[in-house]
Structures are given as C-alpha cells and as structure tokens.
Write a protein that binds this ligand. Sequence first.
Ligand code: MG
Length: 383
Amino acid sequence: MSELAPYATSNASSRGRRHPEAPPNNRSEFQRDRDRIVHSAAFRRLEYKTQVFVNHEGDMFRTRLTHSLEVAQIGRTIARALQANEELTEAISLAHDLGHTPFGHAGQDALNDCMRDYGGFEHNLQSLRIVDHLEEKYAEFNGLNLTFETREGILKHCSVKNAQQLGDIGERFLKKQQPGLEAQIANFADEIAYNNHDVDDGLRAGLLSIEQMREVDLFNQQYEEVMQQYPAISERRAIHEIIRRMINRQITDFLAATSAQIKSVNPACADDIKQLPAPIAVYSDEMQGKTRQLKKTLRTSLYQHYRVHRMSTKAKLVIKSLFQAFMDDIRLLPTDTCKNASIEYNASGDGARAVVIADYIAGMTDRYAIREYERIFDPIKLT
Ligand code: MG
C-alpha cells in the first residue's frame, strides 16, 4: 500500500472490533476484514444473485459477485491515487452488496413490502446484519467481527429510527456526518461500475442499441473517438473500447475534482472529512451532468424495459409468495430456520418471526428462490 495521506483512515486509528481480538500477524486489520468477507457464505452467494438480469438469463452478464469485484478494483485504483486507505476501500467495496436479496431491486422492494408492518427491509442494513450477526463461522462470536470502519462504511444509508438502535455505528447519521473518505470512494466506485457494466450488459442483451446510446454524450464522445481511430472495428470490440474509455473518463474526472476539493479543504485528519457539510468525493459539474444523462437513459431504456419489468414482476411474485407461505406456516421452513422462527416468535412475537423469515429469503440466490417456489407451490415437483 502506498503511503497514506494525513486525511486517510489509518490502521492505527481504528476504533477496533466489537469483540476484541489479538492483532493479525501478517496482515493489517483491514486486510483481515477483507479476507473474512471473501471467506463468508454471503459473499459466495453473490455469484448467483442478480444485478439487472436474472442469473439464468445467460452466463455473460454481471452478477453481484462480478459487480463487487469491479467495484473493488475501481475503488482501489481511486484510493491509491488519493493516498486514501486502499485496504479499507477494498473491504467496504467487496462487502457493500452482501445484504442484497435475490432478484436485485425488485426482490428488495418485494421483501420491503412484506416487512412493512415489521420495520421494513433495506439491503444496506442487511449487509451490516450479515457481517454483525448472521454469518456463523467463528467459535467466539456471531458475524465476522469486522472493524468499526468497515462496518460504518458498509452502512451507506440509515434512517434516524434505525440509527438510534445501532449504537456507535449509527452515530454518524444522528450527527449528520459524512461517510469516511474510503466509504465515499467505494460509493463512487459502485456507481462507476454499474453505470458502465449495465450499458455493456444492456447492449449484449439487445435491450439497448448503439443508436440509442449515442444520444448519451458520454457514450457518443467515446464512440466517435473509437470509430475515427478504428473504422473497421467489430461491434463487440468497439463496445468494449467505448466502455473502457467511459470508465477512464469518469475516474480521471473524479480524481481531479476530488483532489481539488481535498486541496481547498485541506483536511488534517480522517475525521475532518466526516465533519464537512457535504461529501468531499465529487465529480466535476460537467461530469455530474453527463452521468445524470447516462443514468436517465439506463433507467428509461433498460431498467424499465418491458423484458426487465417482466422479470421484476415475476421476482416479486416469488418473494411475496414465499414470505406469505412461511408466515402462514413456519413448518415449511428448513428445520433450523423453523426452530429459530419459533424461538423468536415465543420470545418477541410476530415481528421477530418475520425477521427470521426475511433473513432466510434475503439470503437466497435467484435460483434457490425459484427452486423453493417450485418446491412449495408446484404440485408436480415434490423435492
Ligand atoms: Mg453495488
């Protein structure tokens, strides 16, 4: 790791872990966090969770796992260039989507609807719940016992009501502070990754066309550059050349704009960045306008495309049906989960039982959720 700037989160200043542990031997604390994330069951399940396209649509599309790897790689590049903590950025990036339900945002919306009377469901909070409570791997604690900084970085949004129940990790939201620099970088890296790979996947799936994308300035500028330089290039290679240039443009702009902010604010320590009235990590005004235009096209042409909408509708049906069936009869749940649901119900009532069921559903991959649906509702499928 390159030398850290004074405003970076340092290993030495970490607020530590909930359960104290001896320091690692050959790694930093944040490297240990990263390793625990990579070894978690929730991380492996990301392989079969949807980003935009349901997993069985095809093998070439991004899943949450490849998305998370792209986020980490972009995040590390940015962190190193800004002399922020690259290892912390990597850990936050790899963990940021752990709490996603099957079927992407459609799945989350459906589960949130199901949980409306029991506090709702939010994937971001669920990521924290996984690393704090749900992973069962270590002898001495539940969860992964990550450092405060990684946990705080994972929690991107949080309502005041939820923040009040989270103790120190929720403080930032009550004090209206900014995320740490490394969390801000991971957040931008997330956006850069999905804005670009969704164009690639959308074109590959035939839901977006090059003509359509040429109406987006950021795409069209790179398109013209590539076509001028390589007039005979194949379409597939051209798309890749355009997208890699788009990513490069966004990162370069982000680094210039954020460096200028750092220079003018001149933060003396990591905490100074959290105290600012707005995030220090920014695009230039021009790039902000361009990414807004790109996002708008993705929203109207890809995320709202009727084929994506059909998948989303089906996904919601699967999630809602499973939730209702388990709520009506917990004996449909696998033995351990059923036992858990019953213990929670006896101790704290309906809401606690609903949380066990939501945890179970949220942990499913796309294909597992579809199989569970078939096992429960398809009279022909008995296993
Ligand atoms: Mg993401």
